[in-house]
Design a protein. Structure first.
Length: 156
């Protein structure tokens, strides 16, 4: 299976506004898309790519991203240091509510549920997480120069 191709052709999306109806608890992959022309601003196409095998699956992971606690996700840490978008869109990203509002107004997730990475035991979780992390790394390597929030968290 070409996971990158499957992810980018998935028709399953969610926004902060319709997240209550999003009930996918399978493990899977996701890409955070901007609702604006990111390429004209930074030359990148995607905000973030990620994976999850956590207990509540995609619903739990994306919910954590939408809540955008600076300390709970890498996305929160990246966004809190993004001065380019602060200036462009008039937000104060040191403020959690304003990061949440930015994600609500200006982004959406495209997801690829992968129930073959669901798990039942802690030993199975370790194996599935390692397998899915390898796939995420391959996707990131293929899209590296097109993803804004990747690798080291830094002021941008």
């Amino acid at each position: 299976m070409n996971y990158l191709e499957e992810l980018l052709s998935s028709t399953i999306t969610t926004t902060k506004d319709n997240f209550k109806e999003f009930n996918i608890t399978d493990s899977g992959l996701y890409v955070l898309h901007p609702k604006f022309d990111l390429e004209s601003i930074t030359g990148e196409k995607y905000l973030k790519v990620g994976m999850t095998v956590e207990l509540r699956g995609l619903k739990g992971r994306l919910g954590t991203h939408f809540s955008n606690n600076e300390g709970s996700t890498v996305l929160g840490r990246h966004l809190s240091l993004d001065t380019t978008f602060e200036e462009k869109f008039g937000f104060d990203f040191s403020n959690q509510e304003q990061r949440r509002e930015f994600l609500r107004q200006y982004s959406f997730f495209q997801v690829l549920p992968l129930n073959e990475f669901n798990w039942e035991t802690k030993d199975e979780l370790k194996i599935k997480r390692k397998q899915l992390k390898r796939i995420e790394t391959i996707i990131e390597n293929n899209l590296r120069d097109r993803i804004r929030y990747i690798d080291e968290v830094k002021v941008r």
